[in-house]
Each structure stands twice: as C-alpha cells, then as structure tokens.
Ligand binder design. Structure first.
Ligand code: URA
Length: 207
C-alpha cells in the first residue's frame, strides 16, 4: 500500500481535535485549514525553483523563486472546499479548479456533474478531499484530470481508509497520496472508522 502518512505531532494533535464529536464547525474548519497548511508545506517540497537577481538594502544577490506555472488546486465538492484556503495561504497565486461528483443510485458509480479547471499546460495539480473512503470519487476525479491532459497529480486527504488507498494505488499507481491519518476500515454505511463523521456536514454545519 503506497501512501505517505504525515504524522507530525502538530498534525496528530489537530486531527484528534477534529475527530472529537463535540468540536463545532468553526473550530473544525480552522483546524482543517491549519492541517492543510502543515501538510502543504511538505507536499510542495518538490516545487521547482529558479534564480532571481535582487537587491537587498545592503547588496545585490541571487535569490530563489518558484519557477514555471503555479499549482492547480482541485477540491472535490463539497468537503474538499475546506482544504483550499490552507493551500492558498501557502501559494496565493495557485489556481483553483472544482470537480463535482455524485454517486449514481443504481450503479453506485461516481458521475461527473461539474468540472471547471484552470489552464492545464505545465501545471502540477493537487486534488484535495478530506475523506478517502472507498476511493471511488477520488479515483474518478483523478481520471477527469487525466482525461484533460493533466499528468502530474497528487492526492491530499485528511483521513483515509486502507480500502481507499488501495483503490487509488490500483487505478492510478502514478498518483502519490498524502494523508494526515490512516484509519482502520469502513463501516457498512461507507464511513471511515474511527474517522470523524461526515466531513462536509461538519465543515458546513449541515446534517
Ligand atoms: N465521507 C465522509 O465525510 N466521512 C466518511 O467517513 C467517509 C466519507
């Protein structure tokens, strides 16, 4: 199973707070932004740099700056929206696409209902979706990006079930998966155990 569990102590502490059922929407959202920033710092470690000539108040020097096209961030609606701001805090010039999927009640397969992406040329993409449960919608989101010519894709989730990781590994072995926590299993309703419940409902205060 190929997945990078980002288990920095700060991340583990904040995930525990998010799991607690008494944590309300505001704290849940704030924690998700904080964790996304902590994870994003590491996930963006391989961004290419170029030299830039600058002047400090003291002297001229050669500095470094990010090179090439900036990142594309693609939240899977709707819970993925909660992970956008954290990445934008790190990379304000990133472009944000959106993918909407619903599960067909007969086939149980994810069906695309919305897709709006920034221009794809030379751009690396991070798909964000807090809960990697069966992996069905994340795999479909990756396929949607690949069908539009996008090659360099990372998947960033908060909590994953082993089944979801295995599904992405199987369908998209080229896509690296980053999670804050790898949980035990799925229950009969498709929720991650122990998990944190429905991430979308907890972000937006719905039920
Ligand atoms: N989606 C959620 O929001 N929570 C789960 O546990 C599984 C899927």
């Amino acid at each position: 199973m190929h997945v990078q569990v980002m288990d920095h102590p700060l991340i583990q502490h904040k995930v525990t707070l998010m799991r607690m059922k008494e944590t309300g929407s505001k704290d849940f959202r704030d924690l998700l932004v904080e964790i996304t920033m902590l994870m994003g710092y590491e996930i963006t470690r391989d961004l290419p740099l170029e030299d830039v000539e600058i002047e400090t108040p003291i002297t001229k020097m050669t500095g470094k700056q990010l090179s090439g096209k900036q990142l594309g961030i693609v939240p899977v609606l709707r819970a993925g929206l909660g992970m956008v701001q954290g990445l934008l805090n790190l990379i304000p010039t990133a472009k944000v696409g959106h993918i909407g999927l619903y599960r067909d009640p007969k086939t149980l397969k994810p069906v695309e209902y919305y897709c709006k992406l920034p221009d794809v040329q030379d751009r690396d993409f991070i798909i964000v979706d807090p809960m990697l449960a069966t992996g069905g919608s994340a795999a479909a989101a990756i396929t949607m990006l690949k069908n539009r010519g996008i090659k360099n894709i990372k998947l960033m989730c908060l909590v994953a079930a082993p089944q979801g990781v295995q599904e992405i590994n199987k369908q998209h072995p080229d896509v690296r998966i980053f999670v804050a926590a790898l949980d035990d299993k799925l229950n009969e309703n498709g929720y991650i155990v122990p998990g944190l419940g429905d991430a979308g409902d907890r972000i937006f205060g719905t039920k």
